[in-house]
Design a protein around this ligand. Structure first.
Ligand code: PGA
Length: 253
């Protein structure tokens, strides 16, 4: 079975103290994960080491950075590289979240470099893709997402793709309370998997977890995660409330 993943994306929320409490509350619920289930907490940079030690004893719980710079090192004030993340034992990183694309002008080409850098430093990227509302309304979402994958992922080898996690996050569903319907989610996830199959073969396509993101809540997670090609979720708002995120973890296949 493919890995089933509940990933929390805290974004720029939570004080350090509130973050410690949130992690304690989620972890103290002692959810038993199967061998195929994982929980990942993508926390702000200054909390990574704390979060790492909080999850250390917990099987199948990991931490992630929310971003990294695409270059190795140098005069990039305020930035953090994949090699730095590696040096503090971070093994996952969100790459290409739509907020980074929109507010920090991250392009598909730049994201290809970020992926290379993560992979070089043994960091599993959680690569985000997804269309804006006007793209969806014009019915061209498949072309749009396929271009995102082609330009950022398709230079990778099959072995590298195998290590990736993809998150489909329709921008119109992020933080809006408007979730994609299960049909819309399943259709796009199956389409993404078909693109992977076409480029890298069935074995690889069947292995890559594809998470859904965009207003995943305690009340809708089970239904969304039940879709054949949905392998869990990347969760923003609802990951900031311990009880909600616990229910979302419990909703994993
Ligand atoms: P949301 O955010 O769950 O608050 O919609 C998801 C995301 O942006 O990863």
């Amino acid at each position: 079975m493919r890995k089933q993943i509940a990933a929390a994306n805290w974004k720029m929320n939570m004080s350090y103290q509130d973050g410690v409490k949130l992690l304690d509350d989620v972890l103290s619920s002692k959810i038993t994960l199967t061998a195929d289930q994982q929980v990942i907490f993508a926390v702000p940079f200054p909390y990574l080491i704390m979060a790492k030690s909080e999850v250390a004893e917990e099987t199948n719980n990991f931490i992630a950075a929310q971003n990294c710079h695409h270059k190795e090192a140098g005069a990039f004030t305020g930035e953090v590289s994949a090699s730095m993340l590696h040096s503090v034992n971070v093994r996952y990183c969100i790459v290409g979240h739509s907020e980074r694309r929109a507010f920090f002008n991250e392009t598909n080409e730049m994201l290809a470099e970020k992926l290379d850098s993560c992979i070089k430093h043994q960091i599993t990227p959680i690569f985000c893709c997804g269309e804006a509302l006007e793209v969806r309304e014009s019915g061209t979402q498949n072309d749009y997402v396929s271009r995102q994958l082609e330009q950022s992922l398709f230079h990778l080898s099959a072995e590298q793709i195998r290590k990736l996690i993809i998150a489909y996050e329709p921008i119109w569903a992020i933080g809006t309370g408007k979730t994609a319907s299960t049909e819309q989610a399943q259709e796009m996830h199956a389409f993404i998997r078909s693109l992977l199959r076409g480029k890298f073969g069935s074995e690889i396509a069947n292995e890559v977890p594809i998470l859904y993101g965009g207003s995943v809540k305690a009340g809708n997670a089970k239904e969304i995660f039940a879709c054949d090609d949905v392998d869990g979720g990347l969760v923003g708002g609802a990951s900031l409330v311990a009880d909600d995120f616990i229910q979302i973890i419990r909703a994993l296949k």
